[in-house]
Design a protein around this ligand. Structure first.
Ligand code: ZN
Length: 180
């Protein structure tokens, strides 16, 4: 078990596109374990590889602790692709472990379909809606180098700027490790 520091706004890796996974080997499984450990330590419900410094196209989701989602098993998405997005959208307030303490209302598709590999190399396709779709879209964004401020209008983006600057300078107090 390893809890790794979470990368935060300003860290270049958060702006990089993830590299497709070529083989699901022990090394990758170790990294996935570290992703779960680091995410849970920070009380997150989703984490993308670049949030702990990895370049692979992988994210994990764990909604088990969320009311109404107790039956959702923790999931690993390898080389994910969003293959359908509904025209209907929903506005939900989001946070991000890489943007500590920041909250913003973000409009995203309400329903999606995603294709990915699981850790047993099965190609899967599932539909998701509501919070589940939301977490998937948020984590998928990390894998293409996008963050919450890229998904809000100019006005909100401006309002977030002072907070983003503080995060960049590490002028924040949080109870999980972040990069220096
Ligand atoms: Zn995030």
């Amino acid at each position: 078990m390893a809890i790794l520091p979470i990368t935060v706004y300003g860290d270049k890796i958060l702006r990089q596109k993830a590299k497709p996974v070529k083989s699901i080997d022990d090394n990758l499984i170790d990294k996935i374990r570290n992703m779960f450990d680091s995410m849970r330590n920070a009380n997150g419900i989703g984490l993308a590889a670049n949030q702990i410094g990895y370049t692979e196209s992988v994210f994990v989701v764990d909604l088990e602790g969320v009311e109404g989602y107790e039956k959702f098993k923790p999931m690993v998405f390898i080389n994910p692709e969003i293959i359908l997005q509904s025209d209907e959208t929903k506005i939900i307030e989001e946070g991000c472990l890489s943007l500590p303490l920041l909250r913003a209302e973000v409009e995203r598709p309400e329903k999606i379909k995603i294709r990915y590999l699981d850790t047993d190399e099965n190609l899967k396709e599932i539909e998701a809606d509501d919070l589940f779709a939301r977490v998937i879209l948020h984590e998928y964004d990390h894998l293409i180098g996008k963050l919450i401020p890229d998904r809000v209008n100019e006005e909100i983006k401006k309002q977030l700027q002072p907070e983003l600057e503080k995060i960049k300078k590490r002028e924040i107090k949080i109870d999980y490790p972040i990069t220096e």
